[in-house]
Design a protein around this ligand. Structure first.
Ligand code: APR
Length: 319
């Protein structure tokens, strides 16, 4: 029997997720949205591309959680995106209410699903989602690190005029302005980035600009789009997580995962490398951070903690 992926939120990211999942024939897709018409319309539109793309999966649209019942994977993008000039944190009040509804909905219908949250502000929303749904922490993860890492890789590849496939790096921490790109852990064609700096193939200043551009990668796109936020790269990133789970690939992927002492953080979601396989988050990979990396990581954790406190003020049931 084919697997079932339900997409909660059939907006820009939800629709793109559905199309990618169908083209990859990963699973049957249920698009869920409070606007049933959007969910049904996108499901039908994408299904009608199967004649060209040649995929054999079912796509349906709904506004009833009953139809998402017993999903293997749930990907959540329900919520509002940022407008130009807004930070992800500005979305907290609105998206927290939406995520409560979603958490309660999936708890009843898909208690065994692997749940990937994309709704922002990511780390706090995924933490709240785990509490509202009461699903095990290893089955509830947030998508951010893969996207941030992919942005960092892209900018480096362009700067160094080399295939993006040659770049190995990662971005840790919360999915906010204090995220932590890791130039010291970056290799290009297996060679450390440092060598490229000493050979003057990239200046320290340009590297700093790239780190900064990565941190502000989402805002740059919002400004250009004027309406809505990034959706192609976020959708690709979410699909990579779903695929690693469904195919038990055990890929090491940077994700917002529940930390229980790892990296010196307890009881909080934040971006770290994890192994995703058939059991969900099977392992948190602990990297030994140098002092500088630790400083930035802790600063990012502080920002997540602060925002979670704000969430608790909005909804005291999260305490
Ligand atoms: N239940 C289900 N769907 C909902 C709910 C709800 N309670 N509330 C809103 N939605 C739906 C909207 O109807 C809309 O179709 O969520 C969808 C969101 O889609 P977009 O507005 O296109 O937003 P998108 O770009 O997909 O981003 C969604 O992901 O990256 C984050 O910051 C982004 O928080 C935002 C989220």
């Amino acid at each position: 029997m084919r697997k079932k992926i339900s997409l909660i939120g059939a907006g820009q990211i939800g629709g793109t997720l559905a199309h990618l999942i169908a083209i990859k024939e990963l699973a049957d897709v249920v698009l869920f949205d409070i606007s049933a018409g959007i969910a049904k319309g996108k499901a039908l539109d994408i299904a009608q591309s199967s004649g060209v793309e040649g995929f054999d999966v079912d796509l349906t649209g709904t506004d009833s959680y009953e139809d998402t019942k017993n999903s293997d994977v749930i990907i959540i993008t329900a919520g509002v995106p940022r407008k130009p000039g807004m930070s992800r944190d500005d979305l907290l009040g609105t998206n927290l209410k939406i995520i409560k509804e979603v958490g309660l909905g999936i708890k009843k219908t898909s208690p065994n699903a692997f749940v990937i949250c994309i709704t922002n502000p990511l780390d706090v929303i995924v933490m709240a989602l785990q509490k509202y749904s009461n699903l095990p922490t290893n089955k509830v993860v947030g998508m951010a690190g893969i996207l941030d890492t992919s942005r960092f890789k892209y900018f480096l590849a362009k700067e160094l005029n080399i295939s993006i496939k040659e770049i190995d790096t990662l971005v840790l921490g919360g999915h906010g302005d204090f995220m932590v790109p890791m130039p010291n852990r970056t290799t290009i064609g297996k060679k450390p980035l440092k060598e490229f700096i000493s050979q003057k193939k990239i200046s320290t200043e340009n590297l700093e600009n790239i780190v900064d551009r990565t941190r502000k990668g989402g805002a740059e796109i919002i400004k250009l789009l004027e309406k809505g936020s990034a959706f192609y790269a976020p959708a690709s990133s979410g699909v990579e997580m779903a695929e690693s789970y469904l195919k038990n690939q055990k890929k090491v992927l940077p994700c917002a995962a529940f930390l229980n002492g790892e990296y010196g953080v307890k009881n909080l979601y934040a971006g770290v490398p994890v192994v995703i396989g058939e059991k969900g988050v099977e392992k948190i990979v602990e990297l030994k951070l140098d002092n500088e990396e630790k400083k930035y990581f802790n600063k990012s954790i502080e920002a997540v903690n602060e925002l979670f406190n704000a969430a608790k003020n909005i909804d005291p049931s999260l305490k």
